[in-house]
Design a protein around this ligand. Sequence first.
Ligand code: FAD
Ligand code: 2HG
Ligand code: ZN
Length: 503
Amino acid sequence: LTSESYPQVHRLDFGQVTPKTVDFFKSVVGDSAVITNEDDLLLYNEDQMRKYRGQSRVCVKPKNTQQVSEIVKYCNENKLALVPQGGNTGLVGGSVPVFDEIVLSLSSMDKVRSFDSTSGILKADAGLILENADNFLAENGYIFPLDLGAKGSCHIGGNVAANAGGLRLLRYGSLHGSVLGLEVVLPDGTIYDSMNALRKDNTGYDLKQLFIGSEGTLGVITGVSILCPSRPKAVNIAFLGLESYDAVQETFKRAKSELCEILSAFEFMDRQSQVQNKRFSKNTHPLAQDDPDVDVPEYPFYVLIETSGSSKEHDDAKLETFLESIMEEGIVSDGVVSQDETQLKALWNWREGISEASNMDGGVYKYDVSLPLPVMYDLIEVLRVRLDEHGLRSASDASKPVVDVVGYGHIGDGNLHVNVIVREYSKTVEKCLEPFVYQWVSDHHGSISAEHGLGFQKKNYVGYSKTDVEIALMKQIKHKFDPQGIMNPYNIIRPDPELELSE
Ligand code: FAD
Ligand code: 2HG
Ligand code: ZN
């Protein structure tokens, strides 16, 4: 079997799903939790960018860890490949099958297991939707230490599997710090359980860390135990317009020193990202509220700063002093500050909407990179020039495949999102971008994946960010956990030579 979508990749030697397989799954999870209808399967076969599509013939939705274990054990014994799937919001083609891998969806495991309101430790099923987790915590005066635009669909288990970064990382750090324990079904069906959630436990290797960011290749995460901070009582947002990327960097430096402990997010967006957002949004641009004739003001860069603290008067005064000083000094040209909860949400929605707006013209090539701040935005400019030199880019000429390149991201984390908006996916554009982007990032001492992972998209390019020694160790770990290679087999790294994919 050769996938229609990926003619250069060949199916590895796994077993086929048969009526017997389906019967076994039904005997474990019940008839209604096994999906075999082609139309219904599309939801699980295709990613949300409509860029990656597999041909799975079965999706199984276990309701508890024991059922996951029985399913996975059976798959291992019969050498059947499978893809663990959360909310299917991943952006690197890792959450959907490449060929006919079985989809193991965690969506029926969505309960809070326990919450300790003294320590702030939440224990929950992996399939709990991030927004539901955060709403539950809000009722208890706590906050989930991760937030991202896909919160309404993504699962906390998917977040852990992807080691998602998101909008709160600047304040609360990465999941490698806040996840205290995991429950994972290993590829042979064994249940690994470290849900006891101790903040301190130096008894040997910290095994749970291996699963954070493993993208479904080492096991199925079924439970998450996570340390949640108290919910800040006072939150403010300032949305600013700036004349240059240098001014963005200077504002970040000043925000760190002058807002200090109340700074909780620092996001940047270029003008092209705002134009794209405006094309698909009914809302007025945050800095065009007084002039409805203006779609997007002329500033080349925009910044969203969030402060979070415990005292509104204190935070308001601090933010005001900071904004006055950077505006008086001409570092920032324009800005608004949220006046209430509704405005605050609207400003975040504006920032979070860029990802989806970039995919509204027909397709998008997304690159998610870490780079030293001084050269970060150069990548966007270099790509625009490159696409122009190849005659591929025009916002107005529909015969050109590329509409534009937009840049935005988590400046506070050194993380740039490059979205190359296309009218349709095309090999010509892809070849112009890859491996050029990865080489450029490597030459500038960055990482080819800051927060979205490698998935299927970048599995062949890991060498641009990891050494041979690191890759060899990763392969050994994969082999140790999953000797048959059944778990998400076409993701993250190429398998060992005897399983090598042909180019
Ligand atoms: P999926 O997409 O279903 O899966 C992601 C990967 O994890 C796959 O490899 C899958 O096999 C594996 N997986 C899923 N669940 C499990 C499990 N239980 N056990 C083992 N493996 C599993 N990412 C960021 O880092 N920061 C952002 O700010 C951000 N914003 C986003 C905004 C939008 C609008 C969208 C669409 C995506 C965004 N993402 C962001 C991408 C991000 O990785 C995901 O949204 C999220 O973390 C994935 O969770 P999910 O449940 O949808 O996982
Ligand atoms: C964000 O920060 C997400 O909005 C998505 O990580 C980025 O779509 C993207 O490229
Ligand atoms: Zn991001």
